[in-house]
Design a protein. Sequence first.
Length: 577
Amino acid sequence: MPKKSKKQKKQNELNFTGGDMYVQGEISGLMRLQNKYFNKDTAFTIEERQLLGIHGLLPPVVRSIEDQVELCFMQFLDIDEDLTRYTYMIRLGARNTRLFYKLLAMHGDKCLPYVYTPTVGLACLHAPYVFQLPVVLFITIEDKGHVYNVLKNWPQADVRAICVTDGGRALGFGDLGVHGYPIPKGKVTLYTALGGVRPHYCLPICLDVGCNNPQVREDPLYMGLKRERPSRAEYDEFVDEFMEAVVSRYGPHCLVQFEDIGNADAFRLLTKYRFKYTMFNDDIQGAGVVALAAITAAVNISKSKLEDHRILFQGAGEAALGMANLLFVALKTEGLDDNEARSRIWLRDSKGLVVYDRPPGHLGEYKLMFARKRAAIEKLEDCVREFKPTILIGVSAQYGAFSREVLELMALYNKRPIIFAMSNPSSKAECTAEEAFTYTRGKCLFASGSPSPMLDYAGKKYHITQVNSLYGFPGIVMGATACCISRLPPAIFIVASHTISNLCTDDDYRHWRLLPPLSKLTLCAFEIACNVVEYAYKSKLARRKPHPTDIRAFVKHQMYDLNYEAATKTWLQEYEK
Ligand SMILES: NC(=O)C1=CN([C@@H]2O[C@H](COP(=O)(O)OP(=O)(O)OC[C@H]3O[C@@H](n4cnc5c(N)ncnc54)[C@H](OP(=O)(O)O)[C@@H]3O)[C@@H](O)[C@H]2O)C=CC1
Ligand SMILES: CC(=O)C(=O)O
Ligand SMILES: [Mg+2]
């Protein structure tokens, strides 16, 4: 065979740059098909198939992406098992990324619960069974000293948003160690599906530092390091190295979202990193965004003001404190002073009402701000009797904690009790929608953390709001990455929360919908992204220069294009050069 000249060789290379992929070198037709960002399956035209050397590798039919979506959706619906639906989605995303996201765009109502909560929880519990493809990067504490090199093994070089877990508190399941890896995968899927962040910019990471749950760790099928979690000092050294490696590899503007990190580490890491790196904690700050928006709607529906309310949290961990802190700010914005604002918020943890007077070690420093100077109360019912909350929020992962008695008391004290059972997945929720409606005799404004079906109560149908951070983080990540924000100050989360509230309509209120319907999730994300970008430029946090004149166009331009033409255009241009 005659040797190819350098020029010929160059011409034969398909060097895809600029668009949403980067493929270089001599690649076979089959390899082109195997590039998930490039693959169009049967949507390749006959000419494209000939040009790319894939003619014959596909059946002759040429389908549009819309037809492909409908075919995939039929296959998806044909699957009876939740976990099999989950793996179907993972495999589709790993084979043809655009088709996967188009399916989520066209059938999100049915498909989102299979890439996110509640099914992602099931995937964690069956992690060894669902693991098939390298869709998450695993970095273990044994990689200490060369974390940067492990990051380099991720095939994409231009990563702009990372979601990282250590499996320390995987949803409501506690410490699952490395079996928490489906969590960041689910989250980054929503960066793209809802926020429009280009998928190759997103990197899900699972840090394996061990697992303190012997039942999980000693299971012969456990996939992580069979060791206990390290000392705080060793853990911190490792995570410090990880953050430094991220900056070295991807630059200081690469955003890191901490997710489902154990309570004992999450607050410390947030305090340490929030003004040093581009990062946030979704369970603390993201939960606050969505809860404040839903509470604002509930307050409006009940024609009251926030300051008229008393809020009791069942749970005093990351989510509860994230929400309590944001509510505290909102109450102060209404004109209350610190003490008045604090007096509206009570927390209950595993030891009862959070009070000052506790034995040493029983009051974590992050709870201090909301600790009551009064006698202890153990039971939730007694807390409700004493405080008579107007709003009751469950973030304790204690299934059934909102008992009949608790719910009846809420109805006794309030014309319109506001009750959120936010723990995930559904098997950990404090009560179901049906229980809340039944025991408050249909009086409550209710929301759940995972999706709930429409409720039929006393001959009327009710839409159940899903108060979940998915309303906030995809837009925050899109906005932050679009303008290369340097830090995420607390004001960003208030901006995001107000954006969601402002998208609630009178029609939502009439139907007791506390957040815009799920069909408006992409709109929420887009509006949040635009407002985050605007805030970032105003407050000089945006690194991307110059200041865009049209922020909406600026954000739109950077969003993932779900049409195949976007991919085709790039390589055709390269080929025709
Ligand atoms: N819908 C949403 O958007 C979000 C939902 N969540 C869900 O909320 C739940 C909690 O998450 P997170 O706050 O991060 O977890 P944490 O582990 O940080 O906090 C859990 C809290 O629940 C308390 N608790 C445990 N048992 C009881 C009990 N019997 N009675 C009262 N309190 C109890 C713990 O008490 P102690 O402090 O004494 O240990 C702790 O304060 C999870 O199910 C998670 O999936 C989380 C984030 C967002
Ligand atoms: C929603 C979420 O992040 C959680 O339940 O942990
Ligand atoms: Mg979480």
